[in-house]
Ligand binder design. Structure first.
Ligand SMILES: Cc1cc2nc3c(=O)[nH]c(=O)nc-3n(C[C@H](O)[C@H](O)[C@H](O)COP(=O)(O)OP(=O)(O)OC[C@H]3O[C@@H](n4cnc5c(N)ncnc54)[C@H](O)[C@@H]3O)c2cc1C
Length: 483
């Protein structure tokens, strides 16, 4: 019976930084990191050679393995402006620990990446005047532009950096268990005591692993799993949101100002009539649109850019945040259904459509795509009609946002620009944690992406209601005499 001091589920950046800190603080004794994916040097996506997504089994190498969701990402570290009195990118940490402390932690994390070989050059710092002008132009269209310094690692460089970190952790005694799926938690008397795992290559190879503490760092990939675990063990949560949208691809020359001045412009609008938050995200100058496969074989679109290999297109996500409350409060289910329908329309592949065709109420045909001004960088995408499945509200938000952006960046609404779908960002429900990241299950902690935190957890709250049931701090059902 394997017994550890600490089990960490997932090997994404949150887990890696936890392990790194334990090593630095000389506390990395008997710590195991578990991931369903492979070591970073074995993570390989066949799409470049084969020209289409091979739906790798047992797991997509893009979403799983050492360095987590970000392994094939553009590797952009969004920092902050020294003069800013708020933090505009990267979640809500500053609301809990304050802006100054958050800035210190961003510097600290940035320095770790520098130590392992990140490029010293920062994007988005040279053209302050031009950025101010761009911001003013955006403001006129009711769009906020957030410009902050960015350290661009590049996809291939992030692999090198993460390989060095992986070696560093292993050399310092961190145990890595790859291609291992965590199926369930082991909970005894309101305390977590371990996890149930099986081999990613053979479901019948099962094992129980025990530990004094368990940390869940399962990212967006594990958002659905985590939501189910929270429901099963009465871990206190609140429904989160889902971001649904498209990957937008246009010529570099249209985006040249934004690319040059900012590298990544974060534009945020709230178009009429819904006033939903619509934002650009993950902008990749001279980049490539990519595909990744999630559980249930869902194909989602994404994008990245390399440090050396370049296309002549820029791609970025246009995402709409959707919240649900009552009677339906399952944002992940909603997002999955949208993705499923879009995948079906593309016969399992990513759908692509020209903006002009959407305006004219028609699908895009292959020959039109072949002769299009903007040449698609995701060759496996199938031309079709995304309006059949993306939802009126989301589509309206996106089209209105594109129109407003056209007044900020001329050519943003060019009819040849391409919309790929589905691009969806899943977040599991907000997990309530205390200041030590501990959930209401003793010795069970939650960190990283894929979930949102609410630190109200124990601050004066001893019980709460979810789905008509009342729970107490220990996760038990309050006043439930049957337990
Ligand atoms: C295409 C793309 C581009 C991005 N670009 C950037 C960027 O440029 N800059 C930036 O800062 N951020 C970027 N991000 C976001 C960034 O990658 C995430 O914020 C980060 O990876 C979150 O880290 P994490 O540790 O919380 O989880 P993840 O990195 O998602 O890692 C979670 C890990 O847990 C594993 N896992 C999940 N469930 C289980 C289970 N049940 N059993 C075993 N293993 C499990 C998964 O396989 C995965 O490896 C990008 C993300 C994507 C997808």
């Amino acid at each position: 019976m394997a017994k550890y001091d600490l089990i960490v589920v997932g090997m994404g950046p949150s887990s890696i930084f936890l392990a790194y800190e334990l090593v630095i603080k000389n506390k990395a004794k008997n710590v195991v990191l578990i991931d369903e994916g492979k070591p970073v040097e074995k993570r390989y996506c066949p799409v470049e050679k084969k020209g289409e997504c091979m739906k790798c089994k047992p797991f997509c190498n893009i979403t799983s393995g050492f360095s987590g969701a970000g392994a094939f990402s553009d590797g952009k570290l969004s920092l902050y402006n020294k003069e800013d009195e708020d933090i505009y990118v990267g979640g809500n940490l500053h609301k809990y620990i304050g802006v100054e402390k958050t800035k210190e932690l961003i510097d600290y994390a940035d320095n770790v990446y520098l130590k392992f070989g990140a490029d010293k050059h920062l994007e988005g710092t040279e053209y302050k005047e031009e950025v101010t002008k761009l911001k003013k132009r955006a403001k006129k269209e009711d769009i906020d532009l957030i410009g902050i310094p960015i350290r661009h690692l590049g996809t291939e460089k992030s692999h090198e950096i993460y390989k060095k970190i992986q070696d560093f952790l292993e050399e310092n005694g961190i145990i890595m268990k790859y291609e291992t799926v965590v199926d369930d938690l082991i909970i005894e008397d309101g305390k977590v005591t371990g996890v149930k795992v099986y081999s990613a290559n053979n479901k019948e190879e099962k094992e129980d692993l025990f530990a004094k503490r368990v940390v869940l760092a399962v990212g967006r990939k594990g958002a659905d799993w985590l939501s189910n675990i929270c429901e099963k063990y009465n871990i206190k949560t609140e429904p989160g949101a889902v971001d649904i949208g498209v990957r937008y691809e246009l010529k570099d020359e249209v985006m040249k100002e934004v690319n040059k001045y900012l590298y990544e412009g974060k534009f945020i609008g709230r178009p009429y009539p819904f006033r939903d938050k619509v934002r650009t995200f993950c902008q990749n100058p001279s980049g490539f649109v990519s595909e990744e496969v999630y559980d249930d074989n869902l194909s989602l679109v994404n994008g990245h850019s390399y440090k050396d290999k370049k296309s002549t297109n820029t791609n970025l996500a246009i995402l709409v945040s959707h919240n649900f409350k009552t009677p339906f409060n399952k944002p992940i289910e909603y997002g999955k259904n949208v993705a499923k329908n879009l995948n079906e329309l593309g016969n399992g592949a990513i759908l692509v459509q020209r903006l002009g065709d959407i305006r004219r109420g028609k699908r895009t045909w292959q020959e039109e795509l072949d002769n299009n001004d903007v040449v698609p960088t995701l060759k496996s995408a199938v031309p079709g009609d995304i309006t059949f499945a993306i939802g009126y509200r989301t589509m309206t938000d996106i089209l209105r946002f594109i129109d407003a952006m056209d007044k900020v960046v001329e050519g943003f609404a060019d009819p040849h620009n391409l919309l790929y779908a589905p691009e969806i960002k899943f977040y599991s429900n907000k997990v309530f944690i205390d200041e030590n990241f501990e959930t209401n299950i003793k010795n069970l902690y939650c960190i990283g992406d894929g979930r949102w935190y609410d630190k109200r957890t124990y601050d004066g709250i001893s019980s709460w209601s979810t789905n008509g049931k009342k729970y107490n701090r220990n996760g038990g059902i309050k006043n439930d005499r049957s337990r």
